[in-house]
Structures are given as structure tokens and as C-alpha cells.
Ligand binder design. Structure first.
Ligand code: LLP
Length: 421
């Protein structure tokens, strides 16, 4: 469910015509809908509430670190899951209370740990013994014990794309689940660590609930072992990963997901920390692009648009599907034709869709790429020296540019010629 709909044949974000935004700020741009963000968060929070879970929802900022997006969710009560000092700074700037921020990630540096400890965030999810030792020394230097969950790797196949599977033993993430007890014992001996829980995240864009259950049952077993050994385990961080429909997937409803958590972990008396990213923001965003040329190739028609793989990497990186539709609806009865939708970047990988059925389009037409609110702008780059794509947030009949398109001068200002020239 989202709030991008046709009104009088023209695609709107809530009550704002996308064509109007395009006319004002140019293309390409990302557009997010506040009502959709609110709806997704509310449905998710209600599902957890209905399941009777004591839950803290920490939005995985990596999916969309825009400060206005984080702020929209923070106003609804969301905390934040961050994986870098940059994301932590974004979350704090958006007004997320430090007591609702979790810091995850496999390679946190000393500087990042020092910053997080100084800010007094809720917890750090530690992924290795060397990280545990470094964090202990950082926290002990300040005379405190940092609340920590160890991220365990449950060796469960999430059944998703290989590049976004994280919970198999060959993946770099977490502490091998069979060794976890030993590492917890070590954690107990360190002066700057206060063990509070267990964390686990098995992958992203999961479309089945079974792998979650399997992983949560392993967490449950581990909690029993740890408690028997005297650990006061009071928080369980179940990560993120619940998928969204891009094409014809039918991911579990949040109710089903919440029931899986309740059934496997609900009776342990722990606070449940969740790190949803995609689920909250994917369908709340679209990428709007303009057709530059329509080119007849030897075997196919290419629709060349002004967005490229640097703006929306997912198709190039994961062969991901994003629905594409014209911003101005074609007249009823228009026959769709198969086209390849491509960007201007000098790589064949810069292809958004192959042989996609679209109504005939011409240069100047606007196209919307759906479900682009997660890992869209977040993963954009300036490849081919293209300015980062701007972001717009809509609320009702209002819109605001929440990240401006940099000028070429601003881009070049970061570079300089050494004095030997
Ligand atoms: N927690 C941790 C520790 C994570 O690594 C991730 C995602 C999340 C939470 C949020 O997962 P979500 O609820 O969004 O599935 N760029 C890829 C997705 C990478 C996900 C990385 N980790 C894509 O565009 O599909």
C-alpha cells in the first residue's frame, strides 16, 4: 500500500503531481511520501503490539539515511539502527534519542566506537572478538561499561539473493553461533563491556517466514545456554530483513512475522529490538526520470532515460526488478510494447529493464521507477561525474527538497590541483 496514485491521468505523490516537481527541480529525482512512511511504520508497530511484544523498532538507516526520512519515522517513535559514524550522526541530527540507537556493522573503527560510546547510545552489536576487546578498552577509558549484544551468525539460509544473505557461516557477519558461548564468556571478563543481549540478522528481502523462525530458535537455544551460565540476557535484537513486493513476490505480512517472533522468543521476557529498513521505506519512494531518446536498435528498442545505474544501482548490482510506469497515463486501450530501459552511463550494466512492456513513450516523457525508497538514493554515487540525485519529501499537498542536487562547482570544490601543476 502506498500513496503514489494517478489523479486525472497524472501520477501524484499524495496530492502533489510528480510532473510539477519535475518542472520545478528537474530530473532525475527521488520522491518520498510521508503518508506511506507513516502507514508502513504504523502497520509494523501494530503487528508487534498485537503479538504482545515489548518491541523497540530501530529503523535501519542504511536503507534511507535522509535526515527528513529518519525524522519522519522518529516522530512516530522509531529508534535507529546505524552502521557507521555518518549514519549515527544522521540519526542524532534527525532527533532520534541516543537511548534508541543501535550500532551494528562488521568493521567499526576505534573512532566510530569512541563517538558512539561518547553519545551514550542504547547498545552496540559486536561482531567479533577483536571488536569486543577494542570496544572494552574504549569504554573503560571513559570509566563505563557499554551495553553490548553479540551478533551471532546462526548459519541459516535466508533464501534471498546471495549478495544480501548474511546469516550463513561462510558470510563475514557475526560470531559463529556454535562459538558464541565462549565469546560471551570472554565478554564477561572485559572491563568495558556489559552483556545485555543477543543480536542476529540473516539477510535482506526475505520472502518467507521460515528462515526467520529457524534463526530465532537458534537464538532461543543460545539464550537458554547463556542464562544457565548466569548471563542476564534481557534484549534480543532480531535484525531486519522482511521483504517487500517489487514484482510478484508475496512476502509475509508483518502480522505473520510478529507471530514468528512471539512463538519463538516471546516467552523469554526480553525486550525485542527490530531493525527493519526496506519494509519501512521501499514503497514510500520512487525515482522519477525523463526520457532523453528513444533509439531503435538492431533487435530492440532502447528507451534512454536521464537516470542511470549510479542513481539506482539495484538493477545493475542484483538484477533487481523495479516497476516502471509513465507519469502521464496513456490513453485507455494503448498497447504496451517491449523496450529496454537504459541509462546514459557507459556500461551495458546500466540497464534498468530488458524487454519490459511499456506503453509507447517519446523523448521528454517522465517515467517513475517504483519501490525505490530503500537502497536507492542511499547507494547512489557520482559515477560518470553525475551529480547525486536530489530527494524530495511530500506531505499532503506540500513538497520540500530534502537533499539538493549538488552543482558542478560544489562537486569540484572537493578536489584540488597539487601545487606542482
Ligand atoms: N540490520 C542489519 C544488521 C543489516 O545488515 C540490514 C541490512 C538491516 C538491518 C536492514 O535490512 P532490511 O530490513 O532493509 O532488509 N542493498 C541491498 C540490501 C542490503 C541490506 C544490508 N543489510 C538491496 O538493495 O537490496
Amino acid at each position: 500500500m502506498n500513496h503514489f496514485d494517478l489523479i486525472d491521468g497524472s501520477l501524484h505523490a499524495e496530492q502533489v503531481a510528480l510532473a510539477e516537481i519535475a518542472a520545478r527541480i528537474g530530473t532525475p529525482f527521488y520522491c518520498y511520501s510521508t503518508a506511506t512512511l507513516v502507514r508502513h511504520y504504523t502497520v509494523f508497530a501494530h503487528a508487534l503490539e498485537k503479538a504482545g511484544l515489548d518491541a523497540t523498532i530501530c529503523f535501519a538507516c542504511k536503507a534511507n539515511p535522509n535526515v527528513a526520512v529518519i525524522r519522519t519515522l522518529a516522530e512516530l517513535g522509531a529508534g535507529a539502527d546505524v552502521v557507521s559514524e555518518g549514519e549515527l550522526r544522521q540519526a542524532l541530527a534527525a532527533g532520534v534519542p541516543p537511548g534508541r540507537i543501535v550500532f551494528s556493522g562488521v568493521g567499526k573503527t576505534r573512532g566510530e566506537l569512541e563517538f558512539a560510546v561518547a553519545k551514550g547510545i542504547m547498545q552496540i552489536n559486536v561482531e567479533s572478538e577483536p571488536e569486543l576487546e577494542l570496544l572494552s578498552s574504549v569504554a573503560a577509558e571513559r570509566g563505563i561499561r557499554m551495553p553490548v549484544s553479540l551478533r551471532v551468525n546462526p548459519d541459516v539460509d535466508a533464501g534471498t539473493h546471495a549478495k544480501i544473505t548474511t546469516g550463513k557461516k561462510e558470510n563475514k557477519f557475526g560470531i559463529e553461533w556454535t562459538r558464541a558461548h565462549e565469546v560471551y564468556r570472554k565478554a564477561r571478563t572485559l572491563p568495558g563491556i556489559e552483556v545485555v543481549g543477543v543480536a542476529c540478522h540473516i539477510g535482506s528481502q526475505l520472502t518467507e517466514v521460515a528462515p526467520f523462525r529457524e534463526a530465532f530458535l537458534r537464538v532461543r537455544d543460545l539464550v537458554a545456554i547463556l542464562r544457565a551460565d548466569g548471563f542476564d540476557i534481557r534484549r534480543l535484537d532480531v535484525g531486519g530483513g522482511l521483504g517487500v513486493p517489487y514484482e510478484d513476490e508475496t512476502p509475509p505480512h508483518p502480522d505473520e512475522y510478529a507471530a514468528a517472533i512471539r512463538d519463538t522468543l516471546g516467552d523469554l521476557g526480553c525486550r525485542i529490538v527490530l531493525e527493519p529498513g526496506r519494509l519501512l521505506v521501499a514503497n514510500a519512494g520512487i525515482l522519477v526520470s525523463r526520457v532523453v531518446y528513444v533509439k531503435e536498435g538492431a533487435t530492440r528498442t532502447f528507451v534512454i532515460v536521464d537516470a542511470a545505474m549510479n542513481d539506482l544501482m539495484r538493477p545493475a548490482l542484483y538484477d533487481a526488478h523495479h516497476a516502471i510506469e509513465p507519469v502521464t497515463a496513456p490513453p485507455p486501450g494503448t498497447e504496451p510494447v517491449p523496450v529496454d530501459v537504459v541509462g546514459p552511463v557507459c556500461e551495458t550494466g546500466d540497464t534498468f529493464a530488458r524487454q519490459r512492456l511499456l506503453p509507447p513513450v517519446k523523448a521528454g516523457d517522465l517515467l517513475a521507477f517504483r519501490t525505490a525508497g530503500a537502497y536507492g538514493a542511499a547507494m547512489a554515487s557520482t559515477y560518470n561525474t553525475r551529480p547525486l540525485v536530489p530527494e524530495v519529501l511530500v506531505k499532503g499537498d506540500r513538497f520540500a527538497v530534502v537533499r539538493a542536487r549538488p552543482t558542478y562547482e560544489e562537486m569540484r570544490a572537493l578536489e584540488s590541483l597539487p601545487d606542482w601543476f
